[in-house]
Every structure is written in C-alpha cells, then in structure tokens.
Design a binder for this molecule. Structure first.
Ligand code: HEC
Ligand SMILES: [Cu+2]
Length: 310
C-alpha cells in the first residue's frame, strides 16, 4: 500500500475514482490497438482492404460517429462519478470538517453535531467507516485539497466554499498534498489524514477540544514562559494560555501531531528547535519569521514545551 496513491484506494469514494481510471486506461488501450491495426492495414493491406478504408462511409463511422459516441458516454460517466464523490447529498449524518488553505499550511476546524468547533492544523483525523464532509476554502490564493487514497481532488478557491465527501474503510495514515501551485513553498504544503476506529476518534476529539497540557517539568515551564515572552502568541494560539492569535497554526496540541509545518518535518523536539531558528531555510518563504533572539538552551526549552503539548 502506498500512502499517497490513487491506485491504492482506502474507501468507497477513492475506489470509484480508481475504477474510473481503470476504465479509461483499458478503453484507451483498446482504441489504441484498433487504431494501430487500421493504420497497419492502410499501409500493408490488400488493395481491396485499402479501398474499403478509403470509403466515405468508413471515415464517417470510425472517424466521426465512433469518437462522438464514446467521448459523450465517457463525459456522462465522468460527470456522474464526480457528482457522486463531491456531493454533500446525505450530509446530515456526515461529520463536518472545515479546511482552509493558507500559504503554506492548512487550517482545520472540526464541527460536531452540537455546533461546537475545535481548532487544529496540518493533520486531519477522521473516524473509520463514517462519511466526512469537507468544507474547503482559501485564505489567499487557489490551493487544492487532494488525498489520493481517500478521495478526489477539489480546488480551494478564495471567496468560495467547495465541498468534498469521503469515507475511509481502514485505519491508517494517508498523505495529501496541495495540488495547485500556490507560490514559493507549495511543494512543502502537504498534510496527513489519520483514520481511527470510531471510539478512538471520539476520545481523541474530546481531548483535542480541551486546553493545552500544563508544563510538567521545569524546562517545559520555562519554555512556556519564553513562548509568551518571545511574542509567539502574536500569531499562534495555545488554548488555556494568554496566546490566542489565529494568524498561524493552532499549537494547543501540536506535540500530538505526527508532522510539523504541513508534513515538512516529523514532530520531534529537535525539529521544533530547528523550525524556530531556521524555519526559513527548512521551508523557504513561509509566514513565520526566523527567531535568532534565543540562546540555544532557550530554544530547546521552547521545543520541549511544544513537544509536551500532546
Ligand atoms: C508572524 C507570525 C508568527 C510568529 C510571530 C510566530 N509564528 Fe510560528 N508559524 C507562523 C506561520 C504562518 C506558520 C505556518 C508555517 C508553514 O508551515 O507554512 C507557523 C508555524 C509554526 C509551527 C509549526 C506548526 C504546525 O502546525 O506544524 C510551530 C511549532 C511554530 N510556528 C512555533 C512558533 C514559535 C515557538 C514562535 C515564537 C518563537 C512562533 N511560532 C512565532 C507564524 C508565526
Ligand atoms: Cu497550496
């Protein structure tokens, strides 16, 4: 199983798309074979065969009628499949997740049935076996949301909300990628969808809705203070602390995500430290300025604090 491939579908919606791809590939191979055979006959066939191939009737049927009929049928099938995989039709039972594309990360908001919302970023968790309706939009330029193992690709367009619905049938971690060039760090705008058994998901979302963990060690406590004193709260929120800005990703549970900076680096204490000091080198152009104001042990303390925010 590849974690980012249309060819290993992990749910009914992705399976439908893979099926469409298979139909197109097989159909194209058949048509290609026929065309090559006819071409060969036109060059090497007996005079009688070649005369037939020149007839107006053959040209009208094989050259005009056949393509018109086949392509129209494919168009209808394609539109029908597309409608089926994006439509919010039976959305009442579906769980809703808002995803906003930002240069170059993903803002994620979970909405539960009671209208409560939970802010997160860059990693999306969903329950296995349940329809999830994604409401997609953009904060700046056009981005595109695509997690090939689970569903189709839908653009995120400024000023509009597009939708995508899919279901995952197997627990796992699937990689997605912004699929529309959106500027400098576009190639480093990826994300992961982690699919969990329903009870595990419910427990996770309940924990995600809570405020941040309190620092457990002296180093983490110092890191928390430096986070606030260093001005990180001008762009980030850590719920339960005075940091409440929403310019950048919500960091309340950043230590519990598998990757940071939109699937650019695995979540480790070292990588937090590297990103704070050298983020512009690791992800050129990203919206967070490099912080060189801290001593190495201060950076490490902030990193320890962030890593503890599970
Ligand atoms: C000017 C606004 C701004 C300030 C100030 C700022 N950040 Fe950021 N930060 C961002 C943005 C924007 C991103 C998203 C970068 C990307 O991945 O494209 C980010 C990303 C991050 C991430 C990765 C988050 C994730 O979900 O993967 C961490 C960790 C982080 N910042 C920590 C800090 C710390 C610690 C400070 C203070 C030393 C700080 N930031 C100050 C804007 C800011
Ligand atoms: Cu993008």
């Amino acid at each position: 199983m590849s974690p980012q491939s249309v060819l290993s579908p992990m749910g009914p919606d992705a399976a439908r798309i893979a099926e469409t791809a298979a139909i197109l590939a097989v159909g194209a191979a058949i048509v290609m074979t026929i065309v090559v055979a006819v071409l060969w006959l036109a060059m090497r066939g007996s005079p009688a065969v070649r005369r037939r191939l020149q007839a107006d009737r053959f040209v009208a049927i094989a050259g005009v009628a056949f393509p018109v009929v086949t392509l129209t049928a494919l168009l209808a099938y394609g539109l029908w499949t597309m409608q089926a995989v994006i439509s919010p039709a039976d959305a009442s039972s579906a769980m809703r997740i808002e995803v906003v594309g930002e240069q170059w990360w993903w803002r994620v908001t979970y909405r539960d049935a009671r209208g409560r919302s939970v802010a997160s970023a860059n990693e999306i968790r969903i329950p296995v076996g349940r329809d999830v309706l994604f409401e997609l939009s953009s904060a700046d330029v056009i981005h595109s949301f695509w997690v090939p193992n689970l569903g189709g690709k839908v653009d995120m367009i400024p000023g509009r909300t597009t939708t995508l619905r899919f279901r995952s049938d197997r627990p796992g971690a699937y990689r997605g990628q912004c699929a529309e060039y959106c500027g400098g760090a576009h190639a480093l705008m990826a994300l992961e969808i982690v699919t969990l058994p329903e009870e595990e998901f419910d427990a996770w979302l309940a924990a995600e809705a809570m405020g941040a963990a309190l620092p457990a060690t002296e180093v983490e406590r110092k890191g928390g203070q430096l986070f606030l004193a260093g001005g990180c709260g001008a762009c980030h929120a850590i719920r339960g602390t005075p940091a409440t800005s929403s310019v950048g990703p919500d960091l309340t549970h950043v230590g519990g995500r598998r990757f940071i900076a939109a699937a650019t680096l695995p979540t480790t204490r070292e990588n937090f430290a590297r990103f704070i000091v050298d983020g512009q080198h690791l992800k050129p152009g990203n919206g967070m300025p490099p912080f060189r104001i801290f001593a190495p042990e201060e950076v490490d303390a902030i990193a320890a604090y962030l890593a503890s925010l599970k």
